[in-house]
Design a protein. Sequence first.
Length: 138
Amino acid sequence: MRFNQLNENELSDYLTNDNFYIEGAICITYFGKELIGFKYWDLIDQLCSYFIHAIYEITINNKESEKFYFPDQPVEVIITKEKELIGIKIGNENIFYLNRNIFIEEFLNACKNLYERINVNYYKWEIEEILKYLNQLK
């Protein structure tokens, strides 16, 4: 998440202007190939929550797939479980597959970092859920 590249002053300035609608993009690059990036700019804190919920459904509740839409645009996301892989299909893009455990651990840690930097108290529940999921994956 490029949000993590902001220094504390830049982050503070950004959040001072509007801390309810926090825009950003999830960027996933695999061996130099961008799988998702700024094309899908949206409300980043909410989008992360949707991904976290989908991860929970396929890992903890053992669902084969979970779908949701981006918070502020009609783009469908389908998350699927394929043996040791996780499949992610965004809108009309081709599905891409990543190692499930590595992706989930990296993604959840990036979301935790995002929530801690934005406002630890406001996202306390999300951070607790992330820690719970990470512990269950071990």
